[in-house]
Design a protein around this ligand. Structure first.
Ligand code: SF4
Length: 237
């Protein structure tokens, strides 16, 4: 697999993000999909994919705790690009058991509870989906947080055993918003209310001027803990 990664890195080295996407779509066909949380980054990639193919494969994790604005954006995105977006839900019985045992707002009580909720509502449905793919596309950027500074455009996801493509890993925030405005890409209205990074409603708040762009996610935790488990790398990497 190292050879596949090296070849892809070499072939796409000097390409723009949309050209890189064209290459990986060609290589992986129906076995590659974008995991979208409807972030500004994911919307940029959705736009690019919709220019490359009439039926891009896009899925999202509906945790059951998303803000209404995110559901509104799902509808707007479906309508604008004339696409279906696969919506994945957590396991019903395990979600019932978790909230019955720990309460609906368990995530505020401890990091363990927060991680349990993220595992059940996000990580498990994601891993189930990834087991059907050979590659996935994400909107991760190095600039986003302490935990993302080593993100590469093409990398091997050893946790899930497939290729991970982060086409806009090197983009900065200005470039994202220039692209959105220039191409009239639909975006989450919460971005206009001080939310640069948006996840589940109870775990996301607006940030203050000067704060890191992910400071509003799980704001009660330390920065090094602020991942939901979707993008964690094994300790040996
Ligand atoms: Fe649960 Fe919050 Fe994680 Fe969403 S972000 S899955 S509500 S802990």
């Amino acid at each position: 697999m190292n050879e596949v990664i090296s070849n892809l890195k070499s072939v796409t080295k000097n390409l723009e993000a949309d050209q890189l996407l064209g290459i990986v779509l060609e290589q992986f066909g129906s076995k590659i999909a974008l995991a979208s949380s409807f972030s500004a980054e994911d919307q940029v990639i959705t736009h690019m994919l919709s220019q490359l193919t009439s039926a891009p494969k896009i899925f999202t994790l509906d945790t059951g705790r998303l803000p209404q604005q995110t559901y509104d954006l799902m509808e707007t995105t479906r309508d604008k690009y004339h696409i279906n977006i696969e919506i994945l839900f957590p396991d019903t019985k395990r979600t019932e058991d978790m909230t019955t045992t720990h309460g609906p707002n368990l995530f505020y009580k401890s990091i363990e509870n927060r991680k349990l909720c993220c595992q059940l509502r996000k990580v498990d449905p994601l891993q189930k989906k990834l087991s059907t793919l050979k590659a996935w596309i994400c909107g991760l950027r190095k600039e986003q947080s302490l935990t993302r500074t080593t993100v590469e455009r093409i990398e091997w996801d050893s946790t899930n055993d497939l290729v991970k493509v982060n086409p806009i890993a090197d983009w900065d925030t200005c470039r994202i918003w220039e692209f959105i405005r220039k191409n009239n890409v639909p975006y989450n209205s919460l971005h206009d209310e001080g939310y640069p990074s948006i996840g589940c409603a109870p775990c996301t708040r607006a940030i203050k001027p000067g704060e890191n762009i992910r400071a509003g996610r799980w704001w009660w935790e330390k920065p090094e803990h602020k991942e939901c488990g979707l993008h964690l790398k094994p300790a040996k990497e």
